[in-house]
Write a protein that binds this ligand. Structure first.
Ligand code: BDR
Ligand code: CA
Length: 346
């Protein structure tokens, strides 16, 4: 039994690993990848996705361009977090496969309509494409099996402003449209929200990259060190491990420069794992809304845990998980996938 998943991404270093994880996972069937502007402009996001698919020798998967700007806010991108192309220091070969001629909103609507109640939507970027797709298919919340969102910060500081998380901060109007539209669903169909509260506990460290190389049979098994020169590239033999290491090294340096330690928060791969296995997280029901007006708090996600607003819950927020178990699962799958795609020569 596989789970059909539609990914909407702003690839992105951690979006990249989310994609590798789903490609590696025999339980996942990626039915399409829609690209949104966020970490880098949408066209660069599309190139990154196509290039990873090529590198992974993936079967044909539709990659569609979505909105190149948020619905209202001016676009902001964050090359300082994800590198000039969005994939850190990795310089993937130019993709040979082509972008779909369809727009992301058509892909969303079509995927949900063609397999009602089956497709899981996974959004690891701003919610722009989904908000726009709701205009052409308002039944999306009832047609999808479930929606999983990486976004927001609740009882936790933001990573973009003191109270806001990046994916919501880029396009707060779209986030509100989505949370409003996905209200009124039964408990087991409510969007699952992977917010910074839990995704910042998913700390990837150099040892995880070394273990990945080992599992993939990639040599030499390297250990990225904080004192290594910025931009020093991996020499390990397996191309998937090598490019991933180059991407993640940039992310490690970004986190260290923000006093978070030599680690990288793997927000999006965690959300991808939750899309397949919601039981990996402890879920708590809440009513979620998005602040659009506050002069200091615009784009803050607010959770009413106690029903004080008198509105039904519209989200299941992940409040706890086991990060070590998640990394074991990720490394086992992606390592085996890298090994199978590029078998060691000796
Ligand atoms: C989110 O913002 C992006 O920079 C990451 O890819 C992730 O989706 C974390 O706030
Ligand atoms: Ca992302």
């Amino acid at each position: 039994m596989t789970t059909p998943i539609l990914m909407d991404v702003d690839t992105g270093i951690d979006d990249s690993l989310a994609l590798l994880y789903l490609l590696a996972n025999p339980e996942a069937e990626i039915v399409g990848i829609t690209c949104t502007a966020g970490n880098v402009p949408a066209r660069q996001v599309a190139i990154n996705n196509l290039a990873w698919l090529d590198l992974c020798k993936a079967p044909e998967i539709e990659v569609a361009l979505g909105s190149e700007v948020p619905v209202l806010a001016p676009l902001m991108t964050t090359e300082e977090t994800h590198g000039p192309q969005g994939i850190g220091y990795a310089e993937l070969p130019a993709p040979t496969r082509a972008l779909s001629s369809r727009h992301a909103v058509e892909v969303w609507a079509d995927a949900a309509r063609s397999r009602p109640g089956e497709v899981v939507g996974l959004v690891t970027g701003p919610l722009t494409n989904l908000a726009l797709a709701l205009r052409i298919e308002p039944e999306l919340p009832r047609l999808l099996k479930r929606l999983v969102i990486m976004g927001g910060a609740f009882n936790h500081p933001g990573n973009t402003t003191p109270t806001t998380e990046w994916n919501i901060a880029v396009d707060p109007e779209s986030a509100k449209i989505v949370f409003d539209a996905f209200s009124g669903l039964p408990e087991d169909r409510r969007p699952i929200v992977c917010a910074l509260d839990v995704t910042e506990t998913i700390e990837m460290r150099p040892v995880h990259l070394s273990r990945l190389a080992e599992t993939a049979g990639s040599t030499p098994v390297e250990t990225v060190r904080e004192e290594d020169a910025d931009g020093q590239l991996s020499q390990t033999s397996n191309p998937i491990v090598r490019y991933l290491t180059d991407a993640v090294k940039f992310y490690l340096e970004f986190h260290v420069s923000h006093d978070q330690g030599f680690l990288a928060h793997m927000h999006d791969p965690f959300a991808a794992a939750i899309a397949l296995h919601p039981e990996l997280g402890t879920l708590r029901q809440a009513t979620v809304d998005v602040e659009l007006a506050g002069s200091l708090t615009r784009a803050q996600t607010v959770a009413d845990w106690a029903g004080l607003w008198g509105r039904e819950p519209n989200a299941a927020i992940v409040v706890d998980t086991d990060p070590a178990a998640f990394f074991d699962h990720l490394i086992e799958l992606v390592g085996a996938f890298a090994r199978k795609t590029y078998p060691p020569t000796s």
